[in-house]
Design a protein around this ligand. Structure first.
Ligand code: HEC
Length: 130
């Protein structure tokens, strides 16, 4: 666990440095803007895949396990914004979760490709409760 948090911290520092050295404007990525990604680009995220009930269920588990530490009504107020999925594209959610952004940790070293797609599917599903 300690080793993992060090790795996450190192990644955050690295991403912070990347943001600081990026040209002006690039850190102001609007929610839902697919045109710029800091790190790895998203895989194809077709509607049919994101509608998969098993993926949504897996994403729900991960959300309760990890994300509610910072997001949602049970988290300490102000720790992370309440998610507004109606404003998001699948690519935006994937990018935030995989690559991280400022106070949002990157999860690419923690979860598999399929798990991250499962999180996207859940956040954008009707089951999601922010
Ligand atoms: C350590 C606390 C923390 C955890 C754990 C965390 N987040 Fe975040 N998240 C944040 C913060 C802080 C932001 C706001 C980042 C910014 O825009 O400055 C954020 C932003 C986001 C955004 C973009 C929101 C927007 O409207 O711009 C999404 C989507 C997101 N998180 C999803 C998740 C998911 C899914 C998980 C679980 C895998 C998760 N987060 C776990 C802190 C956290």
């Amino acid at each position: 666990m300690a080793a993992r948090s060090h790795a996450v911290l190192a990644l955050l520092l690295f991403l912070g440095a990347t943001v600081l050295s990026a040209p002006p404007g690039s850190a102001q990525q609007a929610a839902g803007d697919n045109s710029k990604f800091f790190d790895d680009p998203p895989p194809p995220l077709p509607k049919e895949l994101l509608a998969d009930a098993k993926l949504i269920a897996r994403g729900d588990e991960i959300w309760k396990e990890q994300c509610t530490h910072c997001h949602g009504s049970k988290a300490y107020p102000g720790k992370a914004p309440k998610l507004t999925p109606r404003r998001y594209t699948p690519q935006f959610v994937w990018d935030r979760v995989h690559n991280g952004f400022r106070g949002m940790p990157p999860w690419k070293e923690v979860y598999s490709e399929e798990d991250i797609i499962a999180i996207v599917a859940y956040v954008l599903s009707d089951d999601f409760w922010p």
